[in-house]
Design a binder for this molecule. Sequence first.
Ligand code: GLA
Length: 731
Amino acid sequence: MPISYNETERVFRLDTPRTTYLCGLAGREGFLGHIYYGPRIPDDNMRYLLRLEERPFSPDENPRERASFYDAFPFEYPTWGGGNFREPCLRVRTAQGGGNCELFYESHRIFPGKPGLEGLPAAYGGPAECTTLEITLRDPALELKVRLLYTVFEDTDAICRSVCIENGGREALDLTAALSASLELDNEDFDLITLHGSWAREQTIDRRPLAYGKQGAYSLRGISSHQFHPFLALCEGTATQSRGLAYGMSFVYSGNFLAQAELDQFNRVRAVLGIHPDGFQWRLEPGASFQVPETVLVCSNAGLGGMSRAFHDLFRNHLIRGQKKHRPTLVNSWEACYFDFDHDRLLHLGEEAARYGIELLVVDDGWFGNRKDETTSLGDWQVNEKKLPGGLKRLGEELAEIGVKLGIWMEPEMISPDSDLYRQHPDYAMAIPGYPPTLARNQLVLDLTRKEVRDSIYRQISDVLRSAPICYLKWDMNRPLTDVYSAALPPERQGEAAHRYVLGLYELQERLVTDFPDLLLENCCSGGGRFDPGMLYYSPQIWTSDNAEAVDRLVIQEGTSLIYPLSAIGAHVAACPSHINGRVTPFAIRGRVSLPGCFGYELDLEQLSQDERDLIPRQLEEYRAYGPLFREGDCYRLASYRENHAYDAFLCAAKDRSLAVVSFVQVRSRAYQRSLRLKLDGLDETVRYRRRDTGEVRSGAGWMQGGLLIEAVQSDYFSVLVILEQTEELY
Ligand code: GLA
């Protein structure tokens, strides 16, 4: 059994293929403490790691030191009060104004499968794929019940944790913090890894030694944000891509979050992840419960690469519901035309696409209402017949005749002050009484906490999708939440608005994927401002960054692939010089950088030189040939441009190790160099592989220990794609 309870030891044991997680009960009261998380071990008798024999003993034996006990005990789900001065996961305010909460074991159950989380995205798995442990804790004074859920999967080294909090008392109380998970680890000279960035610079890896006190990442922007990412990792200071212990925590949520590691006086780390407590407050009436979103934990003893691959597998196999959907090659109108298009120009772009066999034309911003620029019409999702006579229907049908499908852009969560929707329903926009609502990109945010607002906007979305042969939707969101206040909520519930907004968003996308099961949904938030596991539950791919310039993209995609599979990464060959940073990069390099993601073009195909045009068939051929390997294989990072400032390389191996592809991209030449020895990873040591372009045959071990020699090329831009295919068995 992957989960068991040892009654003698009072220890819960959770096993994944390569890791073990232990937590257990302490004292007569039944405190739940974290014991061990790491490489798989067979033992249950690890309670000594709770250090209960050391002073201060547990409170029932030594009540005079209760505060010191709270200050040191590795709580599995820490609460505020009693001497817990470190970050709590749970904090309450009672009707009397009290803030204490103490949780003790009440019961548990272990069952096959994994329950869904009401209204929230969450990993899924059937009874044969995963097992769940539910531990119920109780605060006897408040009659508060806290159910901790842990799910382990048969095929993946990941553990999902979530929490349901129920008010069993007779009075209402407020939750003022309700995080998803806490991890208590002895500091093993850890480095902390977070992702930081900004618009057009998303998901940049930041690794630094863990310091005393609190540090981490957060968002208070109502979205997971460009600036930080709902994720943190702790790894041994010496850990590399392929060696060393690494822990990762990833939040299946798309709003405000706190991802924080805290190094304490005993050189112990408490890492927490969940909804950011700032501004959060949730009223729990008697009998009501609150479902906390899910966190995914990963541990690997095979370095950061091992951690990444565990996340990739979990997300591909148990989170992204559209993972297996066909990912068409596309051309997107944004950098090709911006707002300046009409039917003929789009059809012409479609004809160009058809010449190369590009499968999909995406009509980006500008096809609806009176939308001529950023100032108007969000909320008026009726086609602009002046630009597109005959509407999207005619365009879609004419494209279909030449073998190209139609996709469109929408920004359903927004409302322009200059729109019919706003003129009819100004109250649909979020605003704080007494203040004019804050504009960003000239737009306001719809109050998605309100059902009538969601219904009204959903009617428009579904009408558009039914009006024409549309097979793809880019769902955009182009500003943070500022005036977070809902006219429909009473004053004591305004602290719920930000989370209710996210729940409203999830409800809308759930309806969409249920009503339009064949639609390919790609989420976007000014690029990667809401690239998170929550959104991946609805859309199998996300537009990674508005910055598709090849050199910057290497950094963005490296950071993104630290957590997410390449199949989730929207990657396009964009216009040049880059509209974002002005850099001039060869067409071939832009193609190679986009190749491993969900590939497309975002430029005016007609403006390309003949040489560039000649490259398109080859790029599409490479995507068709290796796209499945990139999307479904195991990814091994071999070199990082972010670290070496010259080149980037990674390998993707088929799950059965019969085939591997190595992508090497140089973007800065290195003066007076000899060839570069690139050691491979992820091959089967015991079989031979033939390099397809040169015919060289070597064992997997040989390729990995000896490596590939990459010629020294005296040019900034240079790329190689090496295919290794298995030949006969070695032994
Ligand atoms: C955002 C998106 C872009 C594009 C524009 C359209 O910035 O990230 O890809 O769709 O909006 O306004």
